[in-house]
Design a protein around this ligand. Structure first.
Ligand code: PBG
Ligand code: ZN
Length: 348
């Protein structure tokens, strides 16, 4: 055991007692002497292709609309979806995740699996325009589509888990039919991945992948997103289905369950206060891991940047790189465009 009476050098351990004058100091600064030498020893690399850019598409609007709590992020009408995505694609980002804001809601979230629904139309448009040069991911949930704003279907003011996963499977199939590459169920209903996998396979969409929002926590950090997408629950909260942020063993169970249900990518959400979970998941599984750095994380960083309290470029580079260092393979982030532009400039 190394105690305070020992010192380790490489893989050797010396007793301090034997220390002779002039004992070599380990000079880690040799590896930091210049920018060039630092890049040689850089362990973690963030790349443009790690980034997944979220897009909000709103039905029934004619111009992009700002989101107050998310500066620089807009809700798009279908008519500007292609040009916005072209802009994203030009930065080198290859993947987007779509969130729909429908013009009609009801108790059973029917607009969520409507063939002419806002996400379905968006996917069709993008697939037609970009063919296979763009990875199209869709968020599969009901909260934007139900009148009460919950992620599942209610029966006597309680979530009916098993009915909800049948509806979620219908939503996923409708997205697959429109041309989605990856469906991402975010409702945190038990068994949602198994239900979706079985339905996709039965309807011939064996090659559509599932990204599970596996360890999705009940978090205040989703507040700006709910503003943006009008998906705040009308009563109660999401704590009966989203995970408590106090529990890391339970997070590993959620991930394990999704893996056994046949998920292709596991996700941890939020990202920054949850790096320990990303790190644990990395040790725990060989599955691809996606980290979702959520709207509230974006809002905090953006607010401080706008005030001039931190430098936006430096802070987002540091934060996103840290998410990768923790073990994430890919990151969903509202900073995606900005980050990609920064990286492209640095490489020139
Ligand atoms: C839908 C969904 C939410 C987010 C992603 N999908 C909101 C929620 O669960 O309330 C949050 C994303 C963000 O905050 O950026 N269930
Ligand atoms: Zn939801």
């Amino acid at each position: 055991m190394i105690t305070r009476n020992h010192i380790s050098v490489g893989n050797r351990v010396y007793q301090r007692i034997n220390r002779v004058p002039g004992f070599p100091i380990v000079r880690l600064r040799r590896l930091r002497k210049s920018a060039a030498i630092r890049t040689l020893f850089q362990e973690t690399h963030l790349s443009v292709t790690d980034l997944i850019c979220p897009i909000f598409v709103e039905e029934g609007i004619s111009k992009p609309r700002p989101i107050e709590s998310m500066p620089d992020i807009q809700r798009m009408p279908l008519s500007s979806l292609v040009s916005t995505t072209e802009e994203i694609r030009r930065t080198g980002i290859k993947a987007v995740i779509l969130f729909g804001i429908p013009s009609s809601k009801d108790r059973n979230a029917r607009s969520a699996y409507d063939e002419r629904g806002v996400v379905q139309q968006s996917v069709e448009l993008l697939r037609k325009h970009f063919s296979n040069t763009l990875v199209i991911i869709t968020d599969v949930c009901l909260c934007q589509y139900t009148t009460d704003g919950h992620c599942g279907i209610l029966l006597n003011k309680k979530i009916d888990n098993d009915k909800s996963i049948r509806i979620l499977a219908r939503v996923a199939i409708s997205h697959a039919r429109s041309g989605a590459d990856i469906v991402a169920p975010s409702a945190m209903m038990d068994g949602q991945v198994a239900a979706i996998r079985a339905s996709l396979d039965k309807t011939g969409f064996r090659d559509v992948a599932i990204m599970g929002y596996s360890a999705k926590h009940a978090s205040q950090l989703y507040a700006p997103f709910r503003d943006a997408s009008h998906s705040k629950p009308k009563f109660g909260d999401r704590k009966t289905y989203q995970m408590p942020y106090t529990n890391s063993r339970e997070a590993m169970r959620e991930i394990q369950e999704d893996i056994s249900e046949g998920v292709d990518i596991v996700m941890i959400k939020p990202a920054l206060p949850y790096l320990d979970l990303i790190y644990q998941a990395r040790k725990h599984t060989n599955m691809p891991i996606c980290a979702y750095s959520v709207s509230g994380e974006y809002a905090l960083v953006k607010a401080a940047s706008q005030e001039g309290w931190v430098d936006e470029k430096s802070i987002i580079t540091e934060l996103l790189t840290s998410i990768k260092r923790a073990g994430a393979d890919m990151i969903i982030t509202y900073h995606a465009m900005k980050m990609a532009q920064i990286m492209n400039k640095a490489n020139n």
